[in-house]
Write a protein that binds this ligand. Structure first.
Ligand SMILES: C[S@@+](CC[C@H](N)C(=O)[O-])C[C@H]1O[C@@H](n2cnc3c(N)ncnc32)[C@H](O)[C@@H]1O
Length: 173
């Protein structure tokens, strides 16, 4: 096999992986657009996240929210991610960083995940998705649980805190 044919096969393989990672979620409820580390840290800080609390990231992407929750706040984390590739990569990365005993990504749909054990819910989805998931959160979340959403809001929920710079809103049940 010539080098150029091999390079073409490898390139096409990468292209397929990227398409698999990005496009299925696009037809779900939000595309994969990662949050910067500074914003992730601010999101968690704004919720008043404490050591030992459970963070559930709905639409976890590559799992970066879980990394920050465990490493910087001593919390536990579960991410729910629709894309199998992102879920696999996120769990692989958690393992490499030695965080997999405190955090994992579950491959699945956020609308089927039971959020009743969460102390903090993190979201970066879409306005329409927030609207759809609002009732589920209202029903399942325990008293005192906090929800932090990046950019998109929950209309007619009163935020307990806001960060205008990073476009974050925190709500408390
Ligand atoms: C904007 S990204 C946010 C990723 C990560 N939370 C962050 O802040 O970096 C949204 C993620 O939600 C995932 N997603 C969209 N709809 C979903 C669904 N119904 N169930 C599970 N994950 C979903 C996408 O695959 C994507 O990775």
């Amino acid at each position: 096999m010539s080098f150029s044919l091999l390079a073409l096969i490898v390139f096409e393989g990468f292209l397929i992986l990227i398409i698999l990672a990005i496009f299925p979620p696009m037809f779900r409820h939000a595309p994969f657009i990662p949050t910067t580390h500074a914003r992730v840290h601010r999101m968690l800080e704004l919720t008043g996240l404490k050591k030992g609390e459970l963070v559930v990231d709905l639409g976890a992407g590559d799992g970066r929210v879980l990394h920050c929750a465990v490493r910087h706040f001593g919390a536990k984390g579960v991410g729910v991610e629709f894309s199998p590739l992102l879920a696999w990569f996120g769990n692989f990365w958690l393992k490499i960083k030695g965080l997999s005993k405190d955090a994992k990504i579950v491959r699945g749909d956020i609308f089927n995940y039971d959020c009743s054990k969460a102390d903090v819910i993190t979201l970066f989805l879409l306005q329409t998705t927030n609207k759809k998931i609002k009732e589920k959160l209202q029903k399942e979340l325990k008293p005192g649980a906090r929800v932090v959403s990046r950019i998109f809001t929950f209309n007619d929920w009163q935020p307990m805190a806001k960060d205008e710079k990073y476009h974050l809103s925190v709500y408390k049940k």
